[in-house]
Design a protein around this ligand. Structure first.
Ligand code: FAD
Length: 412
């Protein structure tokens, strides 16, 4: 049996290691476009900030990869896929045949169509190589403008601020982290970032990136005409699933590659996991694109089990995040960022440093935000993912004094 995996990050490594355990006699080949493999993207902003070394970003050492029994082909892209002949083609035109293929190609940054955006001084932030380039360029007191208001933009802003750069954050949304926070929670974090010296220009975008005669970036013009001095710009305006290898292939795609409950795509023998895939979401009860590290790991493992012939259903994911921004800890999951008609929101604590919000829909905890104090987040995440709630349990949750056993035991 020959298993081929495209991508050597969260989903690809998790799948390869699962396959090694399940099918020790199989041949497993992992192809990666990046030269650096098996590192955590979630840690690259900590590397930029100087809080951790470059080595600490890696989740497996070279020795571990060599000893794993997996054949890694790094620094090579899969550029073609023939689903009839069951092979992929690499950049050097060589072909690799597969019995089962896992697409774990992740996501790539979106580069908006803005005049002057391509060129010196403008960076995206997805890979450790991007972080290396940013580190090589950054100098204290330089001005950096970040385009984006999501997780990558916010963590990059904090990292560059820690390095002494003058950071401005420009985002189209009315508040930061709108993908998972409401305006109140986002406001608390934004205040902390403002105290640290970061300036916000929200509800705006870049209209033009301006350069001097030598092509060096010197300012950006915003959509309302404001001009910001900038020696560097970081574009963190979202990511999209990396689907290039599919070309014209007839594989079902919505936002990401659609997979069934066994992580198989619409083409038999081809599986997908991680940021490239759109898999079952337990809160929305539908296939949803949830591009997060723990989901990629779990989906990679589940895909591998099914590739090896075990019939194991994917238990489903949901939007969730656990962060610490400027000393404020935050955990949230499910749907907690909008006021929808059939959702009931309860605010348990709401002051300048702590915020707790529980959102219910029918007999389910649909989502929560814990900010400042994050104890019990594990219990709440489990409830969001798995349990229906009785009126007594709901009262216990709203009372704030609960444990998983008390909530799920026989007499709840
Ligand atoms: C700065 C940053 C901070 C983040 N912080 C968090 C966080 O705090 N929490 C969280 O849950 N998530 C976070 N994420 C998201 C998280 O990193 C992703 O969800 C996760 O990396 C997805 O893993 P993946 O294996 O699906 O894909 P990826 O990590 O994107 O890896 C896919 C790999 O496949 C390679 N590839 C693509 N196409 C091909 C091809 N045709 N041929 C060969 N190789 C190919 C890519 O180059 C890449 O190396 C963060 C992301 C970034 C960028």
């Amino acid at each position: 049996m020959h298993y081929v995996i495209i991508g050597a990050s969260a989903a690809g490594i998790s799948a390869a290691e699962t396959l090694v355990r399940l099918d020790p006699d199989a041949v497993i080949t992992v192809v990666s476009r990046e030269k650096d493999i098996a590192y955590s993207r979630c840690l690259v902003t900590y590397y930029i900030s100087g809080q951790i070394s470059r080595d600490a970003v890696f989740i497996r050492s070279d020795e571990q990869l060599r000893a794993s029994g997996v054949r890694f082909i790094a620094g090579t892209e899969a550029v073609g896929l023939d689903t009839e002949k069951r092979h992929i083609t690499l950049t050097d035109a060589s072909a690799i045949s597969y019995d089962r293929l896992l697409v774990a190609s992740g996501a790539s940054p979106v580069l908006p169509d803005i005049k002057g955006i391509k060129g010196l001084g403008v960076y995206t932030l997805r890979t450790i190589a991007d972080a290396d380039s940013i580190i090589a360029e950054m100098t204290e007191s330089k001005a950096v403008t970040i385009l984006g208001d999501g997780l990558v933009a916010v963590t990059a802003a904090m990292a560059l601020n820690k390095r002494g750069m003058c950071v401005s954050l420009v985002g189209i949304a009315p508040h930061i982290l709108a993908g998972f926070l409401d305006s109140r929670a986002a406001g608390i974090i934004q205040n902390r970032m403002t105290e640290a010296g970061i300036r916000f220009y929200l509800g705006k975008s870049f209209s033009e990136v301006n350069r001097d005669a030598g092509g060096r970036l010197n300012s950006v013009t915003l959509s309302d005409g404001t001009s910001l001095e900038a020696d560097m710009a970081v574009i963190a305006a979202g990511v999209k699933p990396e689907l290039k290898v599919f070309g014209e292939t007839a594989v079902a795609v919505e936002k990401g590659l659609l997979v069934d409950e066994f992580m198989e795509t619409s083409v038999p023998g081809i599986y997908a996991a991680g940021d490239v895939a759109q898999a079952y979401d337990v809160v929305r009860n539908a296939p949803v694109w949830n591009p997060l590290w723990p989901h990629a790991v779990e989906q990679g493992r589940c895909a591998a089990l099914n590739m090896a012939g075990r019939k194991v259903r994917y238990s489903g994911s949901t939007n969730m995040n656990s962060l610490n921004i400027g000393g404020i800890s935050l955990v949230c999951a499910g749907i907690a960022n909008s006021e929808l008609p059939d959702y009931e929101s309860f605010y348990l604590s709401d002051n300048n440093s702590t915020y707790k919000k529980l959102v219910f829909r029918n007999r389910k905890l649909a989502g929560f935000i814990l900010l400042g104090k994050t104890e019990k987040s594990g219990v709440l995440t489990s409830l969001v993912k798995h349990e229906t709630i009785s009126p007594t349990q709901k009262d216990k949750l709203l009372g704030g004094h609960f444990s998983y056993t008390a909530l799920t035991g026989p007499d709840h």
